[in-house]
Design a binder for this molecule. Sequence first.
Ligand code: AMP
Ligand code: MG
Length: 362
Amino acid sequence: MCCRRMAGKSFRGFLLVLPVMLSVLSACAPIRGRTEAYSQSFFAMDTYMTFTVYDDNAEEARAALRQAQGELEALEALWSVTEQDSDIYAVNHSGGQTVTVDDQTAGLLSFALQMARKTGGALEPTLYPVLTAWGFTTDENRIPSADELSALLEKTGYDRVVTAGNRVTLPDGMMLDLGAVGKGYAGDLAGQCLKEQGIDSALLDIGGNIQAVGTKPDGSDWKLGLRSPFGEGIFGTLRISDQAVVTSGNYERYFIGEDGVRYGHIVDPETGYPVDNGLTSVTVVADEGKLCDALSTALFVMGPEGAVEYWKTHQEGQPFDMILVTEDREVYVTEQIKDRFNLQKEYRDMPVYPIALSDEQE
Ligand code: AMP
Ligand code: MG
């Protein structure tokens, strides 16, 4: 898989470029010995990606970068909703018949369904018909009527997707879209691909999702900039190593309706309407990009209280940290990472509150 290369295809069928949420502040970090930075940028899964590896062998570094890009492009070709030879297209147009998919698709789908269950359906991999009605999949935005939305919600429900190994059965009329998890999942595989080729220091920027392989070459943490939901630039920085950092926000992709209301691209699967709960961004930090990606979308749907409750009750097994930013310019940071987070000077007006496991510590 690591060596498969396919032509880049549109991930969801529209070419709006996601702005990069996390700018990398460490790309020019001091280097040890003859170690140098090698970067490669490309467009895949509807977004720009930049992979940077640090190595003392130029050929090895460039070959590793080519392999990792090939990996991403191969996954995109499997998961595209619009390309007719993708696995997801085959499932979505199967008319209710069972389809056999690639191992990677089966892995992603099974993870997405597991996270849908865990988040009580806040992450909903079958929301595509509703997203299409709002025009989020085509960029021809409109406000659907309440009747249209309730009819479309009938065509959603992760618990109606049947999987058995690589075999997937989706009821006729339903559609899968794994876009809310795919980039994080792909980042894990790309990072693994680099490690397998001897790279132990790399930073992958997957359209704003960051996947860090190891530490900076000098052994110190990577320092990432967190894009401000309130304008240009970054509002804070975060130090991490060998982890992923993924942000979901309603400022990344939205439209202003004729009613003057701003409609964001993350939709509440219960109502069919774009989320409007006081949050403007959720950043999740964890060992695996797929967990970060699934959770950043789901916690955004849950809202500030729901997200904090989920964090408090899900620290077993796959722990994660998070940074919540509200529309009122408040920042909430889980206690384990609060010393690694810093506000930028221009954003010092934003109060930062720790989120602690027990109320006494708050
Ligand atoms: P992300 O940027 O990872 O938060 O993913 C957001 C994208 O996932 C949106 O642009 C939609 O295509 C899709 N989406 C929106 N709401 C949901 C949801 N509640 N569950 C799953 N996917 C969603
Ligand atoms: Mg996501």
